[in-house]
Design a binder for this molecule. Structure first.
Ligand code: SER
Length: 582
């Protein structure tokens, strides 16, 4: 059965059972700052699962585009995909376990209306119970009434059979369905055998029915929702693999046109590299069609990473430059039936992918020059975007030693600071102390540069202090600032915040930093090699350049709104500003 047929059968099946068919929501969540991308079919429906009335009614279904990029390094194996589609049906306080489970079973096994899968190859799990909710005997009984023997119903705990979209939101116990992919069929399995068959991928999870009647806050189940809801999700890629007798979605019609084109263009035939290129190009096409563009922060950064990885792996396959946009067109053509907006976005998608590939190739070229000059691999990576694995490969070719431990240590520091920074952003203001000071620290740099722009270059820093509440800067200036000047400074800082400027660090000899015009705190002592933080381009043209050990956020768009609270005299010829981020 072709994947297009699976999609349409799913929707027709639930439509016939009173469900409104919704279009897929965009990959970019519309009103949910807690996630960068739609990662589950239910995500766009969270407000309705929490009680809001949905205009289309109480029974809904769709095929939702999803992106998960948490484990990019695993892509290339049989199971991981960064882009996938989730078929789902929902009840908003309407039907509950009986209908949900019966319909799942019917769709999976019915030859006429569903997939006609073999009931003898089906295994299910239900929630075993804990302090939040009891054992799901109701779900067990429903499965048994449908003819699934008790010996194939396994009870598992919260890690397996409790589903929530994150630390907050609607949640509940679930019941998962697994399908036997072995040639002979495994028949009866003990719980241990079942679990080991799942980990061997002889059994694959194909559907999850979540009985959403609880709510989570800050990771804890806090009580029941006003209504009992159903949220089900069946991964199209997995089901297609099952229906086409394959172990992996990569061997189905969903990937066939892409692999055919890759085979035409490539010189090598490395399975994992081909899968990575194909996977990343799918995600990229759909992200761009939903308005994401390559950038240095948040969503745009994830897209950029995917595209750059795709370039690297297409190089490994010996594909000619420019191949990615050719592959993008294959995806667009293939998916236009299911996602018509791809056709209207075609030009933008192709142009963006072409542009990013070209840009990355320039980056690689520049990085190559710096590599030849012996630049530190960490600087190559953070400043020039030059991939570390490439540094290692090149070093090996010419017999240069690379200190991997040093690179890893520097990266760890770097990532810790960026992780805390972006975690702060996505928790919506619930930043911890570190995150707040990190942001204020970056705002401090912007403020100094803005002061110099408004009051003149003679403004030098004389002191600073940052707490989790506010920043404080002392600077040389001989009179009170006017209200207009303060307003101007504020506006400039906020302007730079909205410009989403990258923040990056470079290590260099002190003389070089001085010749770039990097600011140093008056009276402070610096070593021969200093680190300089750039906000904007990592060169002389940066908006702010300061001698500084960091850490900082990765991008000014993580800062919020800047506000000067107070401007006063600190001592003779020295003014003091206290400012906050809101
Ligand atoms: N939300 C559940 C999942 O993603 C069911 O759709 O598995």
């Amino acid at each position: 059965m072709h994947s297009n047929e699976i999609r349409s059968r799913f929707l027709a099946f639930f439509k016939a059972r009173g469900h409104a068919v919704l279009p897929s929501a965009p990959l970019v969540p519309q009103n949910d700052p807690s996630v960068l991308f739609t990662t589950a079919g239910m995500q766009p429906l969270v407000p309705y699962l929490l009680g809001q009335t949905h205009p289309a009614g109480v029974r809904l279904c769709n095929v939702q585009k999803c992106v998960r990029t948490g484990d990019l390094d695993d892509i290339g194996d049989n199971r991981h995909l960064s882009f996938f589609e989730m078929m789902g049906n929902w009840s908003l306080g309407d039907y509950f376990k009986k209908e949900a489970i019966s319909w799942s079973y019917e769709f999976l096994t019915s030859k006429e209306e569903g997939l006609g899968l073999d009931p003898q190859r089906l295994y299910v799990t239900v929630f075993e119970g804990n302090e939040d909710a009891g054992e799901d005997t109701e779900a067990q009984e429903i499965w048994k009434s449908l003819g699934v023997p008790e010996s194939r119903i396994y009870k598992l705990g919260v890690d397996d059979n409790w589903w929530s979209p994150g630390e907050n939101g609607p949640c509940g116990p679930d019941s998962e369905m697994f399908y036997d992919l072995t040639d002979a069929g495994m028949g009866e399995l003990s719980k241990e055998e079942f679990l080991s068959a799942v980990s061997r991928e002889d059994l694959v999870e194909i559907w999850n029915d979540v009985f959403m009647e609880y709510e989570k806050k800050d990771g804890k189940v806090v009580g029941k929702l006003a209504k009992k809801n159903v949220d089900t999700g069946a991964g199209l890629e997995r089901i297609t693999a099952v229906m086409q007798g394959k172990k992996t979605a990569y061997d189905t019609d969903l990937f066939a046109p892409l692999f055919a084109k890759i085979a035409e263009l490539a010189k090598e035939d490395t399975v994992s590299a081909k899968r990575i290129v194909a996977d990343h190009i799918r995600s990229s096409v759909f992200m761009i069609s939903d308005g994401v563009l390559p950038a240095n922060s948040a969503r745009g950064y994830i897209l950029r990473r995917l595209l750059r990885r795709a370039v690297r792996y297409s190089d490994m396959l010996g594909m000619p430059a420019g191949s990615l946009s050719v592959l993008a067109q294959v995806v667009i053509e293939q998916y236009t039936t299911a996602h018509p907006d791809l056709a209207t976005q075609k030009q933008t998608i192709v142009k963006e992918i072409e542009g990013e590939e070209t840009k990355f190739r320039q980056t690689l070229e520049r990085g190559m020059k710096e590599f030849e000059r012996g630049e530190d691999p960490f600087v190559l990576f953070t400043t020039y975007g030059f991939p570390f694995e490439l540094t290692l490969e090149l070093a090996k070719e010419i017999g240069r030693e690379i200190d991997v431990a040093d690179f890893t240590a520097k990266m760890k520091l770097h990532q810790d600071s960026s992780r805390t920074a972006s975690a702060g952003m996505f928790k919506g203001g619930l930043a911890n102390h570190n995150e707040k000071t990190l942001r204020l620290h970056t705002a401090h740099h912007l403020l100094l540069a803005a002061l110099q722009e408004v009051l003149g270059p003679s403004v030098v820093q004389k002191g600073s202090n940052i707490t989790e509440e506010r920043l404080r800067i002392d600077f040389a200036f001989d009179r009170k600032m006017t209200d207009e000047e303060k307003k101007k400074v504020e506006d400039i800082v906020n302007q730079k915040i909205t410009e989403s400027l990258p923040v990056c660090k470079k290590e260099m000899p002190k003389e070089e930093a001085q010749s770039l015009g990097a600011q140093m705190e008056f009276g402070a002592k610096y070593g021969d090699v200093v680190s300089v933080y750039f906000i904007g381009n990592p060169d002389q043209t940066a908006f702010s350049k300061e001698f500084c050990g960091g850490p900082h956020v990765n991008n000014t768009n993580e800062l919020g709104t800047f506000k000067i609270q107070k401007e006063e005299a600190s001592s003779a010829g020295i003014r003091r500003i206290k400012a906050v981020l809101e």
